[in-house]
Design a binder for this molecule. Structure first.
Ligand code: SF4
Ligand code: SF4
Length: 266
């Protein structure tokens, strides 16, 4: 088992998923990175919350952290672009992608265990903390530390294939090496000193600024969207959606900046 095999398996799983589960195709090809479960993850406690879990909290002999990103197809991004409220199709895409990510985690666990390894998936207790509005197992921060992408001003995760998609992760005791996809410091235009700020303007409740995200304002909007637009159609209470800052942006479909250092011509 190596990362190339795992990445290929993931691409095929996502490609075959709509037919197998009788769903419309809303996903592009997934991407994946991994890194040794080394000292770099100590930074999680500084850059997130002091009680953020470490890989070894999930699996005592953890050797590798794997994070994947599944980008949405453009038509589903377009459905949610413009206006101030989320499209119902976006709410459904959010739910079906979360379901698929759970199935991917379970299938990967089985596959790695069949190959003789151990796997830990994110336990429920490390998920979103509704009081502090933070996660104790943040896929985005893990993705940053292993070089799958970088944080944008929109507080979304910008990867080589944009920021419109969803993420999953696992920890294993198998040694899969260090395979970053992104080696530059920033992929967000503002954060790299260029002009943009489109996401700040797109936020209907002014939760975003160049200094970051007001989590409580954003979360209140997600809950309001749920009660007004998702709950009446029977979608479950977990359908916290908006993402106006994630679609129709220069960073939505692909990174607006090179993901690796440009090698100067000599
Ligand atoms: S819209 Fe512009 S400023 Fe906002 S995250 Fe994307 S690149 Fe950065
Ligand atoms: S998800 Fe919506 S409310 Fe939250 S920051 Fe983005 S645009 Fe604003």
């Amino acid at each position: 088992m190596n990362l190339k095999d795992l990445a290929q398996w993931l691409v095929e799983y996502v490609a075959n998923y709509p037919e197998k589960h009788n769903q419309i195709a809303i996903w592009r090809e997934p991407i994946v990175s991994c890194a040794p479960a080394d000292g770099r993850f100590q930074r999680l406690k500084e850059i997130t919350v002091p009680d953020h879990a470490l890989p070894q909290d999930l699996l005592p002999d953890a050797k590798t952290v794997v994070v994947w990103f599944i980008p949405f197809k453009f038509h589903i991004q377009m459905d949610n672009t413009g206006g101030e409220r989320p499209a119902l199709s976006w709410g459904r895409a959010y739910l079906s992608t979360n379901d698929m990510i759970t199935r991917i985690g379970d299938a990967l666990k089985e596959m790695i265990e069949d190959a003789g390894g151990k796997v830990a998936l994110t336990p429920a207790t490390h998920n979103f903390d509704k009081q502090r509005l933070v996660s104790r197992w943040s896929h985005k921060h893990l993705g940053h530390l292993i070089g799958l992408g970088r944080y944008g001003t929109n507080c979304q995760f910008i990867t080589p294939d944009g920021c419109s998609g969803r993420m999953g992760s696992l920890v294993t005791d198998m040694d899969l090496g260090d395979h970053p996809l992104v080696t530059v410091d920033e992929l967000c235009l503002i954060k790299s000193g260029k002009k943009c700020g489109k996401c700040i303007k797109a936020c209907p409740v002014e939760a975003l600024s160049e200094n970051g995200l007001d989590r409580s304002v954003c979360y209140a909007r997600l809950r309001e969207n749920y009660h007004l637009f998702m709950e009446p159609d029977g979608l479950p209470d977990t359908t916290n959606v908006c993402a106006k800052c994630q679609v129709g942006m220069p960073c939505s479909k692909k990174s607006p900046l090179p993901v690796n250092q440009q090698v100067p011509h000599v």
